[in-house]
Design a protein around this ligand. Structure first.
Ligand code: NAP
Length: 288
């Protein structure tokens, strides 16, 4: 039997409409208008599309957004100056620096410079530390989006074996943290796999929940998946024909899995939605 499809686009719409109401209510009660500042350095077309989608989503939920575009030859100091200016602007609640940055700029130096109270991507070490300790200020957008998808799909997570493919700072590592913590769609027994993992198929086949975040087109095949498992595909890869595909071979895995998220229309819209949620949280924090 074919798997239940976890429709990230539909779930994102539902969450966004709730957020829209919360934004309107904050505005009505306090006069605070949540405002996200996005910073785009250089002319990478994919980054420009990501930023545009984020801005459009802000509009949809009544969040203000301002885009700062800087040329590819911007120096680290120039970018730091802009970040400091945004840190000190009381009308800005969230700061998003679109990655990747050009080679002459040290990404960590920039991300560390964003004040933790406006760090809506949850990349700052202070925010990561709070997540590790289970008392988050902001949750990381992609892992939080995945967790919401697990909740909405009705997946049983507590006590189950969750396997995360990938250990990046942005997706794999924080994903594993959220799944192992106490809470909803959490309390899992978690295994993290990476490029040095041995017997990968054996491990993935024991997963009740399988999260793929490795950036390898259609890497996860049906033989790697336990029948009935919930599979969430974070990957976004372009094939030679420019088709967007995930890290999971969707057509074959959906015949084995119990539930599966597609690409596109899966994790992508949820990541943006959680960025909006963090911007609302940041605006509330600024009001205190
Ligand atoms: P990344 O920084 O390149 O990390 C990839 C991870 O996968 C690394 O930990 C790597 O292991 C591991 N890996 C690579 N090949 C592997 C293999 N054959 N077997 C097991 N593990 C392997 O990537 P990322 O930023 O986490 O992104 C992962 C994917 O998700 C990409 O396709 C990206 O575009 C996508 N993404 C999507 C969203 C969204 O909103 N939909 C958001 C973020 C990222 P090592 O650490 O050993 O190198």
């Amino acid at each position: 039997m074919s798997a239940q499809i976890i429709d990230g686009k539909a779930i994102a719409q539902k969450v966004r409409s709730g957020l829209g109401e919360e934004v309107a209510s904050l505005q009505a009660k306090t006069g605070v208008q949540p405002h996200l500042a996005a910073v785009l350095v250089g002319e990478d077309p994919a980054s420009a599309v990501y930023v545009r989608n984020k801005q459009r989503a802000c509009e949809q939920t009544g969040i203000d957004s301002t885009l700062h575009t800087l040329p590819a030859e911007t120096t680290q100091q120039e970018l730091l100056d802009l970040v400091h200016q945004l840190n000190n602007d009381p009308l800005i609640h969230g700061i998003l620096v679109q990655l990747p940055l050009p080679d002459q700029i040290d990404e960590l130096a920039i991300l560390d410079a964003v004040t933790p109270l406006k760090d809506v991507d949850a990349f700052h070490p202070e925010n990561v530390g709070l997540i590790v300790q289970g008392r988050p200020r902001f949750l990381p957008c992609t892992p939080h989006g995945v967790q919401q998808m697990l909740i909405e799909s009705g997946a049983e997570v507590a006590g189950k074996h969750a396997v995360v493919l990938g250990r990046s700072e942005i997706v794999g590592k924080p994903m594993a943290l959220l799944l192992m913590q106490k809470g909803e769609a959490a309390n899992a027994t978690v295994t993290i796999c990476h490029s040095r993992t041995q017997n990968l198929t054996e491990i993935t086949r024991s997963a009740d929940i399988l999260i793929a975040a490795i950036g390898k087109p259609e890497f996860v095949t049906a033989d790697m998946v336990k029948p009935g498992a919930t599979v969430i595909d974070v990957g976004t890869n372009r094939t030679a024909e420019k088709k967007l595909v995930g890290d999971v071979a969707f057509d074959e895995v959906k015949e084995v899995a119990g539930a599966i998220s597609p690409v596109p229309g899966g994790v992508g819209p949820m990541t943006i939605t959680m960025l909006l949620k963090n911007t609302l949280i940041a605006a509330r924090l600024a009001k205190r």
